[in-house]
Design a protein around this ligand. Structure first.
Ligand SMILES: O=C(O)C(=O)CO
Length: 333
């Protein structure tokens, strides 16, 4: 009952978590909020120290950061910690083997963010293909070369081959939105064929085929030891000269030095990225000097509705775990 659970402490790793999520937690538990401890590295040491001072004795942790769940942090929390609930689809930073060894549950927030991330995936494809960085620069400088009949021409999505690496929630949501763009065909790669692919006539192909034949390559796969740096010198060399790479997953899916070289030498056409390593990218980073690179600051799921949905789902996973019910979206049940 509520009276009995009120003495259970839940730590939220950010003081700007959506109020709708906090409300669900506060109905049942004592909620502690750490200072903003977000996706980037800013203020990391200071904020980590505060988090470490709040975590002892907590029963659940809502983890919004992309920073790793360390053994040190779990030790500091203590043996009563039952659940790490991420407010993200990705959980590459969560040290799954360590949580598993300690019998701590893990949940994430997939699906609720697929639509929002897919919108950004489509935006990045258009921005890269239609040369938004160069065109925007001309608007700002008052030059407008784009008015010329042959100036700053881009590439069509219409009729193109779109290769989706990782045909999960985000990959499928993107295909669904792209149908109206009259694309030529969809290819996808991953561990197994997906029944949902039939809806889009998407063909399951080996990754090598996808990289060789696609005009747009969308990275929508989780970061794992297998996918880390899957875009590198060798795989870039297989791509078409007009290939456009879009990444809405994690920065480390791409070897950024190799991507820089390929974009600089026009070995491929352009890239549209929502993620990088590190985040934020230093403002004097060489990638930012490229006219054919469009970079957003990891805003895939950053809409009012989606962040509320993520917060509520993360909170409901905590409620279920601490009442001994099954997690709604388990990674480690
Ligand atoms: O959901 C995720 O994995 C993110 O990157 C944050 O939106």
């Amino acid at each position: 009952s509520t009276n009995m659970t009120k003495n259970l402490k839940v730590l939220v790793s950010s003081n700007d978590f959506a109020e709708s999520g906090i409300k669900i937690l506060e109905e049942h538990f004592t909620v502690l909020k750490s200072r903003y401890f977000g996706f980037g590295d800013e203020g990391l040491n200071e904020n980590m120290a505060e988090l470490m001072s709040l975590i002892p004795g907590c029963s659940a942790l809502i983890w919004i950061s992309h920073h790793p769940i360390t053994k040190e942090l779990l030790d500091k929390a203590g043996p009563q910690l039952k659940l790490v609930s991420t407010a993200s689809a990705g959980y590459n930073n969560c040290n799954v083997p360590e949580l598993k060894a300690r019998g701590i549950k893990l949940s994430n927030t997939p699906e609720v963010l697929s639509g929002a991330v897919a919108e950004v995936a489509v935006a990045l494809m258009i921005a890269a293909a239609r040369r938004f960085p160069e065109n925007l620069d001309q608007v700002k400088r008052g030059v407008w070369d784009g008015i010329g009949f042959q100036n700053v021409l881009g590439l069509d999505m219409r009729g193109s081959t779109i290769g989706i690496v990782g045909f999960g929630g985000i990959g499928q949501a993107t295909a669904k939105r792209l149908v109206g763009f009259e694309v030529g065909k969809f290819l996808y790669s991953g561990h197994r064929e997906k029944p949902e692919a039939k809806e889009y006539n998407a063909q399951f192909v080996p990754q090598e085929t996808l990289l060789t034949e696609s005009d747009f390559i969308l990275l929508a796969a989780p970061l794992t030891d297998e996918t880390r740096h899957m875009i590198n010198k060798t795989t870039l060399a297989k791509m078409k000269k007009n290939a456009i790479i879009v990444n809405v997953g994690r920065g480390d899916l791409i070897n950024q030095d190799d991507l820089y070289d390929a974009l600089k030498n026009k070995q491929i056409y352009a890239a549209g990225l929502d993620v990088s390593t590190p985040e934020p990218l230093p403002k004097d980073h060489k990638l930012l000097t490229l006219p054919n690179l469009f970079l957003l600051p990891h805003i895939g799921s950053a809409t009012v509705r989606t962040r509320n949905d993520m917060a509520e789902l993360a909170a409901k996973n905590v409620v279920n775990a601490l009442y001994g019910k099954p997690l709604i979206t388990p990674v480690l049940p």
